[in-house]
Design a protein around this ligand. Structure first.
Ligand code: ACM
Length: 629
């Protein structure tokens, strides 16, 4: 009986949690009312503005409801049909700004209002998240349900709420990119940073430079560990892996994003990371040797602390005027395709060794009074900035663009920690915070025994602890932040989703919700609701957060083990005797000794007697190795 009551209580708690507010990112103000709005097969939507963007956003929402089997009419002809009334506010509400909204769910109507169309879009996303999670299941009709009455006032903390996707290391089709954009828009991200070029492929058609895609978009197909195991192309081997977006396709994606309140920031990475461009136009490098598009073969050596050497030249030659003609041609077309304010010029990880070995480059530096390679890089960035400005756009680049002197109006995307961002803000430049430590979504998110292991680790909890405004930094310069999805080790869109979510939830909440409202225990309950939504939508999402975090250490020569997770109402069971962990077995209470012998640690998280998360199994020898790291 006791257990029954406990289960019932938990069920009720969850039910209340569910109907209350599981919106991600958490709204600024949310209060429940006693009302209840009923959808019973039909709904009316009344758009009280002729603003075309509002009409488009609302029509997309209507189509979404129609697919679920709900009949939608434009006016409530009969009194008994609940109506969504959408209005733009006559007087600008300063608190709401451009993207905020008011949502009021009453007994017979839902009122959604905002200053701008973007606010209406965001309000519709919140409304969608208030629907039962079955709404996300494309294979299931859902025509009748109740919405609990509530009032929401909501607006974002930051104006740049970005997600990035690297389509060079792995090529994703237009349809796949659209799925990525669609999902991010539902969680109120508003910037899609499209990493279109790199050593492993050039992905955007530039009509005046056709070889960029004829040659640069294709590489030989290789498998195995990126940058380590993949053999170089054989002489005359045909490059068959890759692809690119035609300009028509780019326009289609740009429009698709605009229909979802998302601005695309295209990145053309230079002067480094340019091996694919140099495969097409070798003359743009110092050695002018024929190159290949890198299939992920070893091309660099890393010595720690970001110090590295390129074994193959992948930099444009900043001392050659031809290069600036090239840059001009590329950005002329890029600027015409993307209506947003910004063009990202990359600027990261530029190896300068080939410049330093080249006599002509050295002479150029003397002539231009440039005393080191950093100043030469800065010279290049400044010239690129003037080209980008001449196309009516603003330059943004990775934090290396600070080295040797920052270009006049450049915005800095801080990735090597926050320090680049802090420095840029001190200089009065705008900053987007995107540090590896909190926002690199390609990093490993769970135990190495069950995850793709890459350069570093980043748990959901760490991601949630991100604060984009450092102490002693003027917040007016921090535009916002961004999560980055590099794809050296992410070779499919299903896996992109697995790596991106739920960590993107943590980021969007950091970037949208008031700092004071952030609360892990509250967040994680909402995340679990969205696990179900993703499952219903047949999209992958990582549940690594449910698995224990295993910490091993030595104490008096004994191998000790600590197990922990940060999800409420869970228990961890484990074995160290090569048997399967069971509900009525050994429950984790405190650090324990892993005995000597040919044995594995096995763990399993349970909630209310039901296994959740994955069963982990790690041999003692591996634990021993971990303890000495
Ligand atoms: C970067 O991660 N190289 C910007």
């Amino acid at each position: 009986m006791k257990t029954f009551l406990k289960v019932l209580l938990i069920a009720i708690t969850f039910q209340i949690g569910y109907t209350q507010n599981h919106i991600i990112p958490k709204p600024v103000n949310f209060s429940l009312t006693k009302d209840s709005f009923e959808i019973n097969n039909r709904i009316a939507i009344n758009i009280q503005t002729d603003n075309q963007e509002v009409i488009n956003y609302t029509h997309n929402f209507e189509n979404f409801l129609i697919k679920k089997g709900i009949q939608v009419s434009s006016k409530s002809k009969k009194n008994n049909i609940g109506t969504i009334i959408i209005t733009l506010l006559k007087d600008f509400n300063k608190e709401l700004g451009n993207e905020g909204y008011l949502l009021d769910i009453k007994k017979d109507k839902i009122l959604l209002s905002a200053n701008k169309a973007s606010g209406i879009f965001n309000g519709l996303q919140s409304l969608r998240q208030l629907f039962p999670s079955e709404i996300e299941n494309n294979e299931q009709k859902l025509t009748s349900f109740n919405l609990t009455g509530c009032q929401i006032k909501d607006y974002p903390r930051f104006k740049w709420r970005g997600l990035h996707l690297d389509v060079s290391r792995h090529f994703f089709t237009v349809e796949e990119v659209k799925t990525f954009i669609d999902k991010m828009s539902q969680y109120k991200f508003n910037v899609f940073h499209w990493h279109l070029t790199d050593d492993e492929g050039w992905r955007i058609e530039i009509k005046s430079l056709p070889k960029l895609t004829e040659v640069g978009a294709w590489r030989v197909e290789r498998f195995g560990d990126f940058g380590k195991e993949r053999p170089y192309p054989k002489p005359d081997e045909k490059a068959t892996y890759g692809g690119f977006y035609t300009q028509e396709e780019i326009k289609e994606v740009v429009q698709y994003a605009l229909d979802r309140n998302i601005t695309i920031v295209p990145e053309i990475d230079m002067p480094g990371h340019s091996m694919a461009a140099l495969a097409a136009y070798p003359d743009l490098s110092t050695k002018q040797e024929p190159k290949f598009v890198n299939p992920g073969s070893k091309f660099s050596e890393w010595y720690g602390n970001g110090v590295f050497k390129m074994l193959i030249e992948n930099t444009l030659n900043p001392a050659d005027e031809k290069v600036y003609d090239f840059v001009d041609k590329v950005f002329t077309e890029v600027a015409q395709l993307f209506p947003g304010d910004y063009i990202h010029m990359g600027g990261d990880e530029c190896y300068k060794g080939f410049w330093e070995e080249d006599e002509k480059v050295q002479l150029f530096m003397k002539e231009n009074d440039l005393s080191n390679s950093e100043e030469l890089q800065s010279y290049f960035v400044k010239r690129v900035e003037s080209i980008i400005k001449s196309k009516g756009k603003k330059l943004i680049g990775w934090d290396e663009i600070l080295e040797g002197g920052l270009a006049e109006d450049a915005t800095v995307m801080s990735w090597r920690g926050m320090k680049g961002g802090i420095e840029a803000a001190k200089l009065g430049h705008h900053v987007v915070m995107s540090p590896t430590t909190y926002s690199y979504l390609d990093y490993t998110q769970g135990d190495h025994s069950v995850e793709n292991v890459i350069y570093n680790d980043l748990s959901l909890e760490t991601c949630y602890s991100f604060e984009p405004i450092p102490e002693n930094t003027d917040p007016q310069y921090i535009l916002g932040g961004q999560g980055n999805v590099w794809t050296e080790k992410i070779a499919s869109m299903p896996f992109v989703f697995y790596m991106t979510y739920p960590r993107a939830f943590a980021l969007t909440e950091t970037l949208w919700s008031p700092k004071e409202l952030k609360n892990w225990n509250d967040f994680i309950v909402r995340v679990e609701n969205h696990f179900t939504r993703f499952e219903n939508a047949h999209l992958n999402i990582s549940k690594a957060v449910l698995d224990p975090v295993i910490t091993v250490y030595k104490k008096d020569d004994l191998l000790m083990c600590e197990l922990k997770n940060s999800v409420p109402n869970t228990e961890i069971f484990y074995t160290i005797n090569n048997t399967y962990p069971m509900q009525f077995g050994l429950k984790y209470q405190e650090p324990f000794v892993i005995p000597e012998g040919n044995l594995s640690l096995r763990t399993q998280t349970f909630r209310n007697g039901i296994p959740i998360g994955r069963s982990l199994k790690i041999h003692r020898s591996e634990l021993e190795k971990r303890s000495s790291k």
